[in-house]
Structures are given as structure tokens and as C-alpha cells.
Design a protein around this ligand. Structure first.
Ligand SMILES: C[S@@+](CC[C@H](N)C(=O)[O-])C[C@H]1O[C@@H](n2cnc3c(N)ncnc32)[C@H](O)[C@@H]1O
Length: 240
């Protein structure tokens, strides 16, 4: 039977790192042909070190995509106990990693995944593949997948008990638009609901926007052992 596949994040970045590591090795080989002198020894060391660092980063990114993201998803889901009747939103669901994880814990509730399906952010990023994963995981009847940009105003007010998001909001380039995305997350959360937002940068900004909206905010991470780039999590509860 086919297995679910949650894809590789930022495949272009991983490819560039592999190419740089090959270029580093090439540079070291080239320098190695010349008799050892100051410039050839320096070039050799630079090629070896730059190549090794890029190679290590590419390997860590692939390890996160294959193993770490499941541990991180479980960690995020443990931060807010799902009872089974909630409405859950996964912002930037991609192939449905968090949406499916939440749906597995739902009884009458529903998990909605929204995305704009950018293949730069996730390899082979398609709505149909998110649905396919939900089918393979046996939760297709508990999910709802929609093409929605989180900075748009398309989702209803106070509609979700739990909003999840992993590695999505940093893809929004401008600070103003990221702030808008955080405000949208606040708007669609029901009072008493929780947002759990994970990212490798700008988490300080997300926390500040949520705090300004009088949410109760806790910051967690970075998780250095099983995420790469190291992820931090902002947990924000809407209390009024
Ligand atoms: C790195 S992928 C992570 C996917 C998934 N959350 C995971 O952890 O496997 C980031 C996702 O965010 C989506 N995305 C980027 N900007 C978005 C936006 N403004 N609104 C909704 N989704 C967005 C991308 O299309 C992509 O699927």
C-alpha cells in the first residue's frame, strides 16, 4: 500500500546547499593540484570547510523532512489537548502534516487545511496530495482543504478552537503582511481558543503581535535536536 508523503521543505534551498557542497569539494580538488603555498592551502581549507558545512546543512534539512517533522508535529499537538469536538485550522498545511495529525484526534470535529500551494516552499505542493495523505491516513472525512491565503480576509470570525501553523508565516515577505496574518489568526480564533505557531524566524514578531492583542503568550524552543533550521513555537491563547 502507498505511504503518505509530506514532502521536502524548501527543496530549492536544499538543492543549492548540495550544489555549494559540490562546488566546495571542486575548489578543494582544484587547490590540491597546486604545490602547497599560501593561496592553495587557504583555498583548499576554504573549499573543504564551506563544502562540509553546506553538505551538513543539506543532510540536516533532509533528516528534518523525513523524521524530525513528525516529532515536531507531535510536540506541537501535545501543547494543547484535543478533546475530539474542536474545529482546527492548519495555516499553510502543505501536504497536510498538522491537519492530518489533528484530524486523527478528532471525533465530531473537523480539521481545515488552508494553503496557496507554493512549490518553492514545499516540494510538489498540491491540494490533491494533501487530500491523498488524508485518505491514506484514514481521516479524509475529518478534513476540509481550501485554497486560502492567510493574509486575505476569507475565513469566518471566531470559527476555530485551535489554529496550528508550521514553517508558513516566514514565507510572507513583508513585516506588515506577517502582522496581518497574525491578526487574521486572532480573528478566526474563538474566545478561549489557542494558536500554536512554529517557525524558524520572526517568532518574536508573532509573539509581540499576539501580546498586543491581549493574548496569553508562551514562547518555546528552539528545538535543536530534531528540527532544522531550529524551530521555535509561540503558543497564544485568546482570552477575550
Ligand atoms: C515549508 S511549507 C510547510 C508545510 C507544512 N506546514 C509542513 O510543516 O509540512 C510552507 C507552506 O506554507 C504555504 N504558504 C506560504 N504562504 C502562505 C500564505 N500566505 N497563506 C497560506 N499558506 C501559505 C506554502 O504554500 C507551503 O505549503
Amino acid at each position: 500500500m502507498k505511504k503518505p508523503d509530506y514532502g521536502v521543505d524548501a527543496p530549492g534551498v536544499t538543492l543549492i546547499l548540495v550544489l555549494f557542497s559540490m562546488a566546495g569539494a571542486g575548489l578543494a580538488l582544484f587547490a590540491g593540484y597546486y604545490p602547497s603555498g599560501t593561496w592553495s592551502s587557504s583555498l583548499f581549507s576554504f573549499g573543504i570547510w564551506a563544502g562540509a558545512v553546506c553538505f551538513l546543512e543539506a543532510v540536516l534539512m533532509l533528516l528534518y523532512a523525513r523524521f524530525g517533522k513528525f516529532r515536531h508535529r507531535n510536540r506541537m499537538l501535545k501543547l494543547n489537548k484535543i478533546r475530539g469536538h474542536e474545529q482546527v485550522l492548519d495555516v499553510g498545511t502543505g501536504r497536510g502534516l498538522l491537519m492530518v495529525g489533528a484530524a486523527k484526534q478528532l471525533i465530531t470535529g473537523k480539521a481545515t487545511g488552508i494553503d496557496i500551494w507554493s512549490s518553492k516552499d514545499l516540494g510538489n505542493n498540491k491540494k490533491e496530495l494533501a487530500l491523498k495523505n488524508a485518505e491514506l491516513e484514514g481521516v479524509a472525512d475529518k478534513v476540509n482543504i481550501e485554497t486560502v491565503d492567510i493574509t486575505s480576509n476569507e475565513l469566518p470570525d471566531n470559527a476555530f478552537d485551535l489554529v496550528l501553523s508550521n514553517l508558513c508565516l516566514h514565507n510572507i515577505k513583508s513585516k506588515e503582511q506577517r502582522e496581518r496574518a497574525c491578526k487574521e489568526i486572532y480573528r478566526v480564533l474563538a474566545t478561549g481558543g489557542t494558536a500554536i505557531i512554529s517557525d524558524f524566524r520572526h517568532t518574536g514578531q508573532y509573539a509581540a503581535v499576539f501580546e498586543a492583542l491581549h493574548m496569553e503568550v508562551i514562547k518555546k524552543g528552539p528545538y535543536l535536536l530534531d528540527t532544522f533550521p531550529p524551530l521555535r513555537v509561540v503558543v497564544a491563547k485568546k482570552i477575550c
